[in-house]
Design a binder for this molecule. Structure first.
Ligand SMILES: *[C@@H]1O[C@H](CO)[C@@H](O)[C@H](O)[C@H]1NC(C)=O
Ligand SMILES: *[C@@H]1O[C@H](CO)[C@@H](O)[C@H](O)[C@H]1NC(C)=O
Length: 431
């Protein structure tokens, strides 16, 4: 039984939703070719990683291609434990009424994900702070578990004065979902992601008897007409894992399963979803930049989250070490198509390795362009770093045992170049 279903079973005995520990992936609904098995592969891949469900990003409710994709996903989920729920993209389509009409067609499907003591279908969102009265109207007339993202208006107040900024929503929502805190604020300088804002919103939510969902993402990089930006980045993914395991929010959403446009993805990017924006495939496609080498690391993280343990107690399912390395394909001094906030980037070789507690005397060695950049002692659980000094050429991260034997190695799949053309998407390599 998945934890959420366990929770639902528990909910029948009056226990609260906040023990759910369910783990979702944000899923961009694009056009999927119904003559392929792509919907089924996405769901099977996500189940294999350990996800409980997809938060389906709905940008165009009513579009026939969108309905086709949603139908394919529900059909593919049918017969599994995997849940699906809608995340209304209010920035792409602001009419809540349209979103909710569409939702009505699916809310009774057995795979529509439910939560809370009343076992209501979940609705989440990307944005919607300014729609308080519409949310209130709908919530008072329908049985839903509402966990919207409300950091789209006055982000400063959302994360620092939630009791003033959000108090009107306590009457309306069942929980709060934060999006922007998944990456550091862009200041043009290197920075680490922070959970200070999450802590404030989570205590506010819990004090009001609401749940809290945290976001986690490896990077954000976009290079489309009119949108060319970079959001860190290097050690963001493992740093956020550490923060989430410290805070133990009620839900977690991985951002995202398949957002090629923003270079954050863990699964496949299907080409047919990009026919209206083919330029995305030039910097994000899963033939040239596969990200699936992050999946075993995410599995270890999901297991730790569900077990309620901290990052230093993360383990690999196999009992061996697990991990990956990632790097940008060129130096950050690239000039052509240079994204905003590029100065925040570091020329680093990045890695995260989960080391078994029994592995005494292990070290992690990082090499770049044929030169060793660092050798550090490994500790039990999650080890990670953004090792500065990445050079042109091959990249390598090795885990060595106490006798100096290499027990795990992740090597670059393509060399770092001094190309002047920027692409801040990551190359991700596993053992
Ligand atoms: C799920 O699959 C079963 C078996 O193929 C089918 O009978 C049922 O109608 C499906 N349920 C939905 C909601 O599509
Ligand atoms: C980010 O965190 C790392 C430790 O993980 C630290 O070495 C580094 O100095 C931090 N960077 C900034 C800009 O604070």
């Amino acid at each position: 039984m998945s934890p959420l279903r366990q929770l639902i079973a528990l909910a029948a005995f009056g226990l609260s939703a906040v023990d759910a520990r369910a783990f979702f992936a944000h899923y961009m609904i694009g056009g999927i070719d119904s003559s392929t098995d792509h919907a089924e592969r996405d769901i099977q891949d996500a189940i294999a990683v350990g996800f409980d469900g997809f938060a389906m990003n709905m940008g165009s409710p009513g579009a026939s291609w969108l309905k086709s994709t949603v139908d394919q996903l529900f059909d593919a989920a049918n017969g599994t434990d995997f849940g699906l729920f809608f995340s209304f993209d209010t920035l792409q389509h602001s009419s809540l009424v349209d979103h909710l009409e569409f939702f009505k067609q699916y809310r009774d499907h057995p795979n529509y994900m439910r939560a809370g003591a009343d076992n209501f279908p979940i609705i989440s969102s990307f944005g919607g702070y300014d729609d308080a009265s519409d949310w209130a109207h709908y919530k008072s007339n329908s049985d839903i578990y509402l966990i919207p993202n409300l950091d789209d208006t006055n982000i400063q107040a959302y994360y620092h004065e939630p009791s003033e900024h959000l108090s009107q929503f306590n009457e309306i929502v069942d929980g709060y979902f934060s999006w922007e805190s998944a990456w550091p604020t862009s200041t043009g300088k290197p920075a680490n992601v922070s959970s200070v804002g999450d802590q404030a919103v989570m205590s506010f939510a819990h004090d009001a008897g609401k749940s809290y969902m945290m976001g986690i993402s490896p990077v954000q990089y976009k290079d489309m007409t009119g949108s060319n930006w970079y959001r860190i980045g290097e050690a963001n993914l493992p740093q956020r894992m550490e923060q989430i395991l410290d805070l133990q929010p009620d839900f977690v959403e991985f951002i995202s399963w398949n957002d090629g446009g923003e270079s954050h993805y863990l699964g496949n990017l299907w080409e047919e979803a990009y026919t209206t924006a083919p330029e995305i495939l030039e910097y994000a496609n899963t033939d040239d930049w596969p990200h699936d080498a992050w999946q075993p690391l995410v599995t270890s993280f999901i297991n730790a989250y569900k077990a309620g343990v901290r990052a230093d107690e993360m383990e690999a399912a196999s009992g061996n070490a697990v991990g990956s390395m990632w790097y940008r394909g060129m130096l950050k001094s690239c000039t052509e198509s240079r994204p905003s906030n590029a100065d925040a980037a570091i020329d680093s070789v990045n890695y995260a390795i989960v080391v078994p507690a029994s592995s005494e005397g292990y070290t992690i060695r990082v090499s770049s362009g044929g030169e060793v950049l660092s050798t550090v002692e490994a500790k039990a659980g999650l080890n990670y770093a953004a090792v500065e000094g990445m050079q042109v050429g091959a990249q390598k991260v090795e885990l060595l045992d106490s006798s100096g034997n290499v027990v795990m190695r992740a090597a670059s799949t393509s060399d770092v170049t001094d190309s002047s053309k920027c692409n801040f998407n990551f190359n991700v390599a596993g053992p």
